[in-house]
Design a protein around this ligand. Structure first.
Ligand code: TMP
Length: 214
């Protein structure tokens, strides 16, 4: 018997966009439709990648030079992809990832100034042509971001402590990504209520991945 491959959906956006809440709501919605679904996240998602995560999200803002930081994200991503995402998809489960490669382009490329072409080559080297079936980009205004991010537990606030100008470049980076790949990316206004954002995401999944919403 041939098992149908699962679909890979990524949620992207700036800090405080509500991605993890929306990942859970989307997984519940898919499971109600009898789709076996896993939620994961980046940086992290596998034991090895979670160890690398600690190096990235804690400590001094300037602890890595930006290319080293990019390499760490891609090392984590390769481990996550080979040990978790690919096995799940090949056994027919759907995977929702809270962040994936668009975050590296937005944060390290547009935000930290790493050459976009270098990031593209690194992507090809580490994960080949693999890409999400659908990417939801949650666009969050600076005021909302600031209001939502204060008080995150566990000291995982290294990126939040970066400058306002950095976060503006990241937001713009996601806009450029969304407009350059409209067949893969859908942008949703994350300033709307949780229920409204969830409904917009469900609509996009139903429309883009071809099954009925409701
Ligand atoms: P999180 O807050 O969504 O868990 O993500 C942790 C931080 O990691 C977030 O501030 C964005 C950052 N990040 C990058 O800078 N590049 C990447 O490739 C990924 C996946 C995350």
């Amino acid at each position: 018997m041939q098992v149908e491959t699962g679909r890979f959906i990524t949620l992207e956006g700036g800090e405080g966009a509500g991605k993890s809440t929306q990942a859970k709501l989307l997984a519940d919605w898919l499971r109600e439709r009898a789709i076996e679904t896993e939620i994961t996240r980046e940086p992290g998602g596998s034991p090895g990648a979670e160890e690398i995560r600690k190096l990235l999200v804690t400590g001094e803002v300037g602890r890595w030079d930006s290319l080293t930081e990019t390499l760490l994200h891609y090392a984590a991503r390769r481990d996550h992809m080979t040990s978790r995402i690919m096995p799940a998809l090949s056994s027919g489960r759907w995977v929702i990832s809270d962040r994936f490669f668009d975050s590296t382009l937005a944060y390290q490329g547009y935000g930290q100034g790493v050459d976009l072409d270098v990031i593209g080559r690194l992507r090809a080297l580490t994960i080949g042509a693999f890409k999400p079936d659908l990417t939801i980009i949650l666009d969050v205004a600076p005021e909302t971001r600031r209001a939502r991010v204060s008080g995150r537990p566990g000291g995982e606030d290294r990126y939040e402590r970066m400058t306002e100008a950095f976060h503006a470049r990241v937001r713009n980076g996601f806009k450029v990504i969304a407009s350059s790949e409209p067949e893969r990316c859908v942008t949703v206004d994350a300033d709307l209520s949780i229920a409204e954002v969830a409904a917009a995401i469900q609509g996009a999944v139903a429309q883009r991945l071809g099954f009925r919403a409701g």
